[in-house]
Ligand binder design. Structure first.
Ligand code: ZN
Length: 174
């Protein structure tokens, strides 16, 4: 049974480490598979649209995401690599590890990422808007980077729209 793990917050040293690559042999380990299930459970409970392993205090290079629209499936990306990033725009963003805040950040609106899925198979994800934003945000976590490092106009979420972004960790992008 999956269980909800604690999401660590800004100030915790694990969020500032460069996470280690996952050994592909480790992926089939039941403990690793359990961790993936737990991360989905934790992300949905938050609720959020993406969660990186360092946010549950595991300094390894993978994340889960589900932006919950009709066209995209929930995904696990292990050892991700950005293959394409274009069309820089400004987006409003939040993070489950920095609850209650939002800010504007420059992101690429069109991104492709390669990596391994939870079966150790090669995958490539490509998308725009929130999907692209989420990929970049989660990969930043693997490099010890938080959006607040680069965000402009970081502020407490006040409007309903800002609160939705803060609560759901990048639930909206524009
Ligand atoms: Zn985050």
């Amino acid at each position: 049974m999956p269980y909800i793990r604690e999401i660590i917050q800004d100030g915790h040293p694990t969020l500032r480490k460069v996470a280690k690559k996952v050994d592909p042999k480790e992926i089939s380990d039941p403990l690793f598979q359990q961790l993936i299930d737990d991360m989905f459970e934790t992300m949905y409970a938050a609720p959020g649209v993406g969660l990186a392993a360092p946010q549950v205090n595991v300094s390894k290079r993978f994340f889960v995401m589900d932006i919950q629209d009709d066209e995209t499936e929930p995904a696990v990306v292990i050892n991700p690599k950005i293959e394409l990033a274009e069309e820089e725009i400004e987006m409003t963003e939040g993070c489950l590890s920095v609850p209650g805040y939002v800010g504007e950040i420059a992101r690429f609106n069109h991104v492709a990422v390669s990596g391994l899925d939870r079966n150790g198979q090669k995958i490539r994800l490509e998308g725009r808007g929130l999907f692209a934003q989420c990929l970049q945000h989660e990969i930043d976590h693997l490099n010890g980077v938080l959006y607040i490092d680069r965000a402009q106009n970081l502020r407490k979420a006040e409007t309903e729209e800002e609160q939705a972004i803060a609560d759901a960790a990048q639930a909206q992008a524009y």
